[in-house]
Design a protein around this ligand. Structure first.
Ligand code: OOG
Ligand code: NI
Length: 503
């Protein structure tokens, strides 16, 4: 009896320990974030739910057709997602850098979107070690370039942005947990609370009313300004990975999903050839309702008396954008309605759906050749088609895996990689492209602008290198190079293989 009681106590403490005491793995933390964000998106955006279901059906159909499955970590791909957030100030960027670091996500690669007419500079926070295979969740994070805020609204925008420093989107609980986590590892329960508070930042239902006069003048210039400055930190999409983006796109179109103009971004995909880097496409943003006001006292009411505000909100009229209506007519109609109503629900298009297929990562040489051939319109016929050729010409990154059968037969006498591959001691394992493409990113951004990219103003002429430094200063540490990470990974697998082969 005593023994049984003792055993029960041990079992109980074990359960408690696994639930609450053990420190959390970074990959588990990332998985939790991806899952919770996806749940929130499914609740807030019905179009997202439909979108992910179609992509999942495409992926399952792909797996059924492609047996035996050898090139990908199947579980990883089925679960994989990336998110994209847009922040407005260096303070917000720094906060996210701290948050993502806890999850083992570091800034890799700099993406300057300003040459493409988008006032943003960006990086992607992503895992940089082997745990990427357990959860590859990454976050494309862009920041409004401070030099691109239009002069006429600069004063008002500065006031809004400086008020954000005591940002109510980040709860006290979230910031306290962040501080705690930087001093010691969080247990499971704390991690759960942390994720819940973080997901709250992105809920549209938690959005405070938006001051319409500023929203209108910004939206007349560029949707990105209005979204970024007035709506604030926003999760713009969560992107599932598709094995075959062409098939996924076809299924989405067949289901009547309005896809972006211009088709799939990234390197042209070839039949019977290894694809390279990354291909992406997206659906157009559905209009989502946000609440606007022209009365500044209402803005205070949101914090002081949320219930009263919520009641006001219930009775506010909804004005949807008519199919044939121009954006300026729409904004004028809202302005007019606000003369007689304190609050109005309007349509805001910012959150959309995106899909991507990831392929082998190109080296710098590979990237240069790809760009050159693309300019000459010769990529499709002249770029090598097999992994063996790409490896021989140092065009893409590969890891090495020992072929156990060959190893047993006889010991290799030559340590040359080409020799070992040719004689089947080693197998080439393509390294997945884990990053993004600036041109594709700008294309995805642009596909959701109702009035194009005109009216971008730039005060100073900064170079791309200076823009990178602006972003690194905001983040608080250096942005890593994907090439350094890929080479380190390659060297690690080479060493391990040599050890096994006794070289
Ligand atoms: C980011 C667009 C870039 C990608 O996958 O290239 C991006 C955004 O719309 O905020 O996510
Ligand atoms: Ni994206």
């Amino acid at each position: 009896m005593k023994n049984k009681f003792f055993l029960a106590c041990v079992l109980f403490s074990c359960i408690i320990a696994t639930q609450n005491i053990w420190a959390i793995e970074t990959s588990t933390f990332r998985k939790m974030l991806a899952t919770e964000l996806s749940e929130m998106y499914s609740k807030e955006i019905p179009e997202y739910k439909q979108f992910t279901e179609i992509v999942k059906a495409s992926n399952l159909a792909f797996l059924e057709k492609n047996h035996p499955f050898k090139f990908y970590n199947k579980e990883r791909v089925l679960e994989e997602k990336h998110g994209a957030i847009r922040v407005s100030t260096p303070e917000e960027m720094r906060l996210f850098a701290r948050i993502f670091k806890l999850m083992g996500m570091y800034p890799v690669e700099f993406y300057d979107l300003t040459p493409s007419g988008i006032p943003m500079i960006a990086t992607a926070f992503r895992p940089i070690d082997g745990s990427i295979e357990q959860s590859a969740f990454r976050m494309f994070t862009s920041m409004l370039h401070p030099d691109y805020i239009p002069d006429e609204v600069k004063h008002e925008v500065d006031i809004i942005l400086s008020q954000r420093k005591n940002n109510p989107k980040f709860s006290k609980k979230l910031l306290t947990l962040l501080d705690t986590a930087e001093n010691r590892e969080l247990n499971n329960l704390e991690a759960k609370n942390f994720i819940a508070e973080l997901v709250n930042v992105f809920k549209l239902e938690n959005l405070k009313p938006i001051y319409f006069p500023l929203y209108k003048s910004l939206r007349e210039k560029n949707d990105v300004y209005a979204d970024n400055i007035c709506v604030g930190i926003n999760l713009n999409h969560l992107t599932p990975r598709a094995f075959d983006i062409v098939d996924a796109q076809k299924r989405l179109i067949d289901a009547g999903v309005p896809m972006k103009d211009g088709g799939i971004e990234g390197p042209p995909m070839r039949i019977n050839a290894a694809n390279v880097q990354l291909n992406q496409t997206s659906r157009k943003a559905p209009g989502e309702l946000i609440v606007v006001t022209s009365d500044k006292t209402i803005l205070e009411l949101f914090y002081e008396n949320r219930v009263h505000y919520d009641n006001l909100k219930k009775s506010a009229p909804i004005i949807r954008l008519d199919k044939n209506q121009s954006v300026s007519d729409y904004l004028a109609l809202i302005e007019k309605t606000l003369e007689t109503h304190k609050l109005v629900h309007i349509e805001h298009k910012a959150r959309f759906g995106e899909i991507e297929s990831r392929h082998v990562a190109l080296t710098s040489e590979g990237e240069n050749l790809y760009k050159k051939l693309l300019e000459e319109n010769k990529f499709e016929q002249d770029f090598p088609t097999t992994h063996e050729e790409m490896f021989e010409q140092n065009l893409a990154y590969y890891n090495f895996e020992v072929n156990p059968k060959q190893k047993l037969k006889n010991k290799p006498t030559n340590a040359d990689l080409q020799y070992l591959i040719k004689h089947q001691y080693l197998k080439l394992v393509p390294q997945t492209y884990e990053d993004f493409l600036a041109v594709s990113a700008a294309g995805i951004f642009k596909s959701n602008l109702s009035n194009g990219v005109q009216n971008l103003q730039k005060k100073n002429q900064t170079t791309s290198h200076e823009n990178r430094l602006i972003l690194e200063k905001a983040i608080g540490f250096k942005i890593l190079s994907r090439h350094d990470l890929a080479l380190a990974e390659q060297a690690k697998t080479k060493l391990e293989a040599y050890k096994i082969l006794g070289l």
